[in-house]
Design a protein around this ligand. Structure first.
Ligand code: HPA
Length: 270
């Protein structure tokens, strides 16, 4: 496997060593939490919390709604490492920063990689609070990297096996689960009505400001990826009203419980 040449491997190694020293080697799954979803990490049994400030080289987020800690815990009977808080391109972070947690997951020997986010739902059948299993992505942003074309291989990035397990978990738990394509934009502005029309025509069901770069790196490093978007607002032209960060966070808080249930019962089936 080739390594991205723009990544600071000394930093990734130092961070990996710290987490191994804290007993977090070889998690069965790494979970990345999106905006407002930090409450996911509350009340997890046997949690071992490592603030990002303790992890050498770990990029820190200044965005509210993102906590900033790695949490070792048991989820669905599996050894999980949860990254509660992520950095975004719109904060001025480089692709290497945005994918730092992914490289850490790979170096720690994780199997599955579950990525979550808060998104605007642009499929007319969606409602606020819905969970959307990501089937594929449209990356309108990933930032300049010193890498040759084709470095990241994307076919089948969102694991069909994990999606099948998630569908079964949702059906058994009576959790309404949508499925669709996620479009990642640069942000920090929410989309205009014209951008939403464009995204619909391009085949997106949800839009957000994260995830796509992380999934490129995760799939290329051989991690089995599952992505779940929590629909926090519906910016469709007919129903359009300016989205606020506060409403996204509030919908995230309300939806975190269903997200934890879905992820843990999917992991139980692994
Ligand atoms: N657009 C982009 N990012 C988002 C949205 C949205 O409507 N909702 C939550 N994150």
């Amino acid at each position: 496997m080739t390594h991205p040449r723009d990544t600071d491997f000394a930093a990734v190694s130092a961070a990996t060593k710290l987490l191994i020293d804290r007993g977090l080697e070889r998690p069965d799954v790494v979970v990345v939490l999106g905006s407002g979803l930090s409450s996911f990490a509350d009340g997890l049994g046997d949690a071992l919390i490592v603030p990002y400030a303790d992890i050498p080289g770990f990029p820190r987020t200044a965005v509210s709604g993102h906590r900033g800690a790695a949490v070792g815990c048991t989820l669905g009977g599996k050894r999980a490492l949860v990254f509660s808080g992520r950095v975004h391109h719109y904060e001025g972070c480089s692709p290497a920063d945005v994918t730092f947690s992914v490289l850490l997951a790979a170096e720690l020997g994780a199997g599955a990689f579950v990525i979550t986010n808060a998104s605007g739902g642009i499929d007319p059948g969606f409602d606020v609070g819905d969970l959307m299993l990501i089937s594929d992505q449209i990356a309108t942003v990933s930032g300049p990297r010193k890498l040759p074309p084709g470095t990241f291989r994307m076919a089948g990035a969102y694991s069909e096996r994990l999606r099948a397990l998630a569908r079964r978990a949702a059906a058994d738990g009576k959790i309404r689960l949508r499925e669709g394509v996620y479009m990642g934009s640069l942000g920090p502005t929410y989309e205009t009505p014209a951008e939403i029309r464009m995204a619909r025509r391009m085949g997106a069901s949800a839009v957000g400001m994260s995830t796509v770069s992380e999934v490129q790196a995760a799939h290329s490093r051989g991690l089995e990826v599952m992505g779940i978007a929590l629909i926090t607002n519906i910016p469709l032209p007919g129903r359009f009203r300016e989205t606020t960060h506060e409403e996204v966070l509030e919908a995230g808080r309300l939806g975190a419980g269903a997200l934890v249930s879905l992820v843990s019962s999917t992991l139980e089936r692994l």
